[in-house]
Design a protein around this ligand. Structure first.
Ligand code: AMP
Ligand code: MN
Ligand code: MN
Ligand code: MN
Length: 283
């Protein structure tokens, strides 16, 4: 089964509209999919009535920004009920935090001598969730850096001046929202946090303790030993396994929809937890 349970549309920082994303996934042979935009479900809402025509199954998803101690962590919610009041209130809070964070990022960049970022990023974001990628575009377009990657490496990435994190809720809170809505909480891309093995285990212990159910054993195309390491952690901590490309745009073959391999045989796929929802067929 080709599953891709992590992807982004224009509702957050992806380049494809939700419908174009769905169509591309279908072309790539994806059979089970989740659109997991940052802190919003608008992309999923836009196409939830249309996925049946695409010979696939779409489950509701979201990627929530949160804090584990002082570290930024992403938790994916899958098979969530997007109408659940607790989750909806949580999403409203996240969206407000994004707007407030944008002002703080702007103030930091202004101090570096880069003025006008908020206006530029707000216009660029339009109706989508404003985030650091919009400020990265601003820095590129105004000639302050040569690439978005450089914008993150110098100004917006982890530990840099524009990496404003303090507005995010803690990890247990967002897991609570996901669980309240009947969804499954998945620790996103565990190796992106660049933690030591000991720290990562401590994170996974807390994640599970707070009600987390799965970890992404595959995130984008990755080395075999990374997959093995994560499969082992899933087994050790009795967690289910998820798989996703974290697709944002065409032209990134290492993040192509449905093209990131298969979960190792010993893993228990996260979708085995989806069966209790009436509106989701067992895949
Ligand atoms: P935000 O959700 O606003 O905190 O922004 C985080 C997003 O920025 C991630 O989901 C990625 O899509 C993007 N991102 C992170 N690091 C980089 C990078 N080095 N180059 C380009 N985009 C990045
Ligand atoms: Mn992103
Ligand atoms: Mn992420
Ligand atoms: Mn993502």
């Amino acid at each position: 089964m080709i599953a891709d349970l992590h992807s982004h549309s224009t509702a957050s920082d992806g380049e494809l509209t939700p419908l174009a994303l769905l169509q591309r996934a279908a072309q790539q042979g994806v059979e089970l999919m989740a659109i997991t935009d940052h802190d919003c479900v608008d992309g999923y809402q836009a196409v939830k009535a249309q996925w049946q025509q695409h010979h696939m199954q779409l489950v509701a998803g979201v990627e929530l920004s949160c804090l584990w101690g002082k570290r930024l962590v992403h938790v994916v919610g899958l098979n969530i009920d997007v109408d659940n009041p607790q989750l909806s209130a949580g999403l409203a809070q996240q969206q407000l935090a994004r707007k407030q964070r944008a002002k703080l990022i702007d103030a930091k960049l202004t101090k570096c001598g880069f003025t006008g970022g908020l206006l530029y990023a707000t216009e660029l974001a339009g109706d989508s969730q404003i985030g650091r990628p919009h400020f990265a575009r601003f820095l590129v377009e105004k000639g302050h850096v040569r690439s978005e990657n450089e914008a993150f490496n110098r100004y917006l990435g982890a530990g840099k001046v524009g990496d404003v994190k303090e507005l995010w809720p803690d990890m247990a809170t967002v897991i609570g929202w996901i669980n309240a809505s009947g969804g499954v909480a998945v620790l996103a891309h565990p190796l992106h946090y660049k933690m030591t093995a000991t720290k990562l285990k401590a994170l996974i212990v807390d994640f599970k303790q707070a009600g987390g159910a799965a970890i992404e054993v595959i995130s984008g195309r990755q080395a075999k030993d990374q997959t093995q390491q994560l499969a082992k952690l899933a087994q050790q901590f009795d967690l289910h396994a998820s798989i996703g490309s974290d697709f944002h745009k065409p032209g990134t073959p290492w993040r192509e929809l449905g093209q990131v391999g298969q979960l190792p045989a010993q893993c228990r796929p996260v979708w085995s937890l989806f069966s209790h929802r009436d509106d989701v067929e067992q895949a």
